[in-house]
Design a protein around this ligand. Structure first.
Ligand code: 13P
Length: 253
């Protein structure tokens, strides 16, 4: 049995003071809790301070993005090495807001995953279909293409620390959660697709998180699905109280 992996993506929210307070509360609440793995994705400029608070404790810190190049003339961008240096262990790559608002392509996402792996940052690789793609019956095709494009030319032995997050675009920030069975079906498809490319053992041990309007009220039911190994929480991870409620909902039987 895998431990649930629950990650809060703060996106572009909170002040540094609020973030620091949140991290301190989370550290205390999770002290000694071994049945769950937890993480947060603060904005870049909070990372150093928050990583310091959470070092030597069982909460991972992920950056929300990186650039695909190691360094150079990319004004305004942040490299994998920079976030690694301040203490991040994970990084979100290919989040739907990056794909749709900032027009990130599968090949750019692929280059970022390769860059993250080259500095031993663990990618949380986000995929998911839009409403229009779902309604036209193309969910599986879209998921398959995102997997193929994002993981192109990366060998299984380099992907041991990969996490995949299935976040249907129509469920993000809309209050419309995928039904647990609907999410489970896509997770099973992701696992089978990964098994075809990388083998069954690899696919079985792969963590696949669900994200999209996760709340304290639906977290337990989602996590009860056999193919859902964790949750990537947006809006409900911004206040410590609701994030803690999600953690408590999934860590209790
Ligand atoms: P919401 O939980 O606000 O729908 O956001 C999900 C998400 O995008 C997490 O990365």
């Amino acid at each position: 049995m895998k431990k649930p992996f629950i990650v809060g993506n703060w996106k572009m929210n909170l002040t540094l003071k609020q973030g620091v307070e949140f991290a301190g509360l989370l550290k205390n609440s999770l002290y000694g809790k071994r049945e769950i793995i937890c993480g947060i994705c603060p904005p870049f400029v909070f990372l150093k301070e928050i990583c310091k608070i959470l070092e030597d404790c069982n909460v991972c810190v992920a950056a929300q993005n990186i650039h695909s190049e190691r360094n150079g003339a990319y004004t305004g961008e942040i490299s994998a090495l920079m976030v690694k240096e301040v203490g991040c262990t994970h990084v979100l790559i290919g989040h739907s807001e990056r794909r749709h608002i900032f027009h990130e392509t599968d090949s750019f996402i692929n280059a970022k995953i390769k860059m993250a792996l080259s500095v031993t940052l663990k990618p949380i690789f986000c995929i998911g279909e839009t409403l229009e793609e779902r309604e036209s019956g193309r969910t599986k095709e879209v998921i398959q293409n995102q997997l193929k494009g994002g993981l192109h030319d990366i060998r299984a032995d380099r992907l041991k620390e990969l996490v995949i997050a299935y976040e249907p675009v129509w469920a993000i920030g809309t209050g419309k959660t995928a039904l647990p069975g609907q999410a489970n079906e896509v997770h099973a498809f992701i696992r089978n697709t990964v098994a075809d490319a990388y083998g069954k053992d690899f696919a079985t041990s792969l963590y696949i998180q669900y994200g999209g309007s996760v709340k304290p009220e639906n977290a337990k039911e989602l996590m009860a699905q056999p193919e859902i190994d964790g949750l990537l929480v947006g809006g409900a991870s911004i206040t410590f109280e609701s994030f803690l409620k999600i953690i408590e909902a999934v860590s209790k039987d």
